[in-house]
Write a protein that binds this ligand. Structure first.
Ligand code: TUI
Length: 321
């Protein structure tokens, strides 16, 4: 089986998450230049915006990069078409089943890597020609599935013959090593890249992530069938109250409309939706994407070489040495 790095033409098996309103050409190009795979998130944007972003990314890097298509977008058909026309290296998809676009993208020579929250969807994606899948656990920020990364990844690995990339709850080299142990060939990381210097979000959003504790990334919207993980604030408190008071899914969806834009574009981190994952509590510094990727690979190599304090002792105890 080809490795993820061979498949995508990248140096390190680190894919940047496709974060709506956040992942523009600037962070995507920086991650690709650093040897990972940068992703532009189409989010809820129309196709003209996406075309301009893809071209801006191409002006900054000759390395491969991808586009994330959010399948609940009202512009999904037109952005799917633009991806095929502009010829990006790969597409990831989120929040649905991308089966209907598979032929369009495959015939344009684009690698397709859907994000899946379950074994059933992973198998369906393999059958309709996906090149790999991203198994995303509920530790992630944003729209999430039911299972945790720890439980989901090995079950998906056992169920499909295509490469599996792990996502959700991975923030450092230890997390990458753990994903490998579960059978993944690579990782997708979103939250860590939120605070990259090249990530074009308001400073208030970055500061909120930097000061988050381990229990700050909470889930709202379970009752709507679209649970979303974001950092605790006035919005999450009001949303939880509305949910408790028996508001209808329509009322709740209406309350949430525009909330991500409010945080990620306008910088309102009290009344906006500050999407971020459970690893927010371990994000303590802003770095360039290159510094992040280099640090991740160094930590990964340290873990794999048993250089983490105490690991050698544990391993020798297990081996009964
Ligand atoms: O998609 C994400 N994370 C996201 S999308 C987003 S923007 C948004 N806009 C409106 C409503 C909700 C969110 C913010 N964060 N991650 C990938 C992901 N995909 N998580 C879960 C899924 C998923 C869920 C159901 C994938 C497929 C699926 O299939 C259902 C089916 O059709 O069988």
């Amino acid at each position: 089986m080809k490795t993820i790095c061979d498949l995508l033409g990248i140096s390190y098996p680190i894919i940047q998450g496709g974060m709506a309103w956040v992942a523009t050409h600037s962070i995507a190009a920086a991650v690709s230049e650093a040897g990972g795979l940068g992703i532009i998130a189409a989010g809820h944007a129309p196709s003209d915006w996406l075309r301009a972003e893809i071209r801006a990314c191409k002006a900054l890097t000759n390395k491969p990069f991808g586009v994330n298509i959010m399948l609940l977008s009202p512009y999904v058909d037109e952005v799917a078409q633009v991806v095929a026309e502009e010829g990006v290296s790969m597409v990831t998809t989120g929040a649905g089943n991308p089966g209907k676009y598979m032929e369009l993208w495959k015939s344009a020579g684009i690698k397709v890597i859907p994000v899946v929250p379950s074994v059933a969807l992973a198998k369906r994606m393999e059958k309709c020609g996906a090149d790999a899948v991203i198994a995303e656990g509920g530790e992630s920020g944003g729209h999430i599935g039911e299972l945790s990364t720890m439980a989901l990844v090995p079950q998906v690995v056992d169920a499909v013959d295509i490469p599996v990339i792990a996502a959700g709850g991975i923030g450092d080299g230890r997390g990458i090593a753990a994903a490998f142990m579960l059978g993944a060939q690579g990782v997708q990381m979103g939250t860590r890249f939120l605070v990259a210097k090249e990530c074009d979000i308001p400073d208030s959003y970055k500061q909120r992530v930097l000061k988050a504790s381990d229990i700050d990334a909470v889930v709202t919207g379970r009752s709507t069938g679209h649970p979303v993980r974001s950092l605790r604030n006035q919005l999450t408190r009001e949303f939880a109250q509305l949910e408790k008071s028996g508001a209808t899914p329509e009322e709740l969806d209406k309350f949430g409309t525009g909330a991500l834009r409010r945080a990620a574009v306008e910088g309102d981190v009290m009344r906006g939706s500050v999407l971020a994952g459970q690893i927010s509590g371990m994000i303590t510094k802003e770095q360039t994407a290159k510094e992040m990727v280099e640090e991740l690979i160094l930590e990964l190599n340290q873990v794999l070489a048993d250089k983490i304090e105490g690991l050698e002792t544990m391993v020798s105890q297990i081996k009964n040495e």
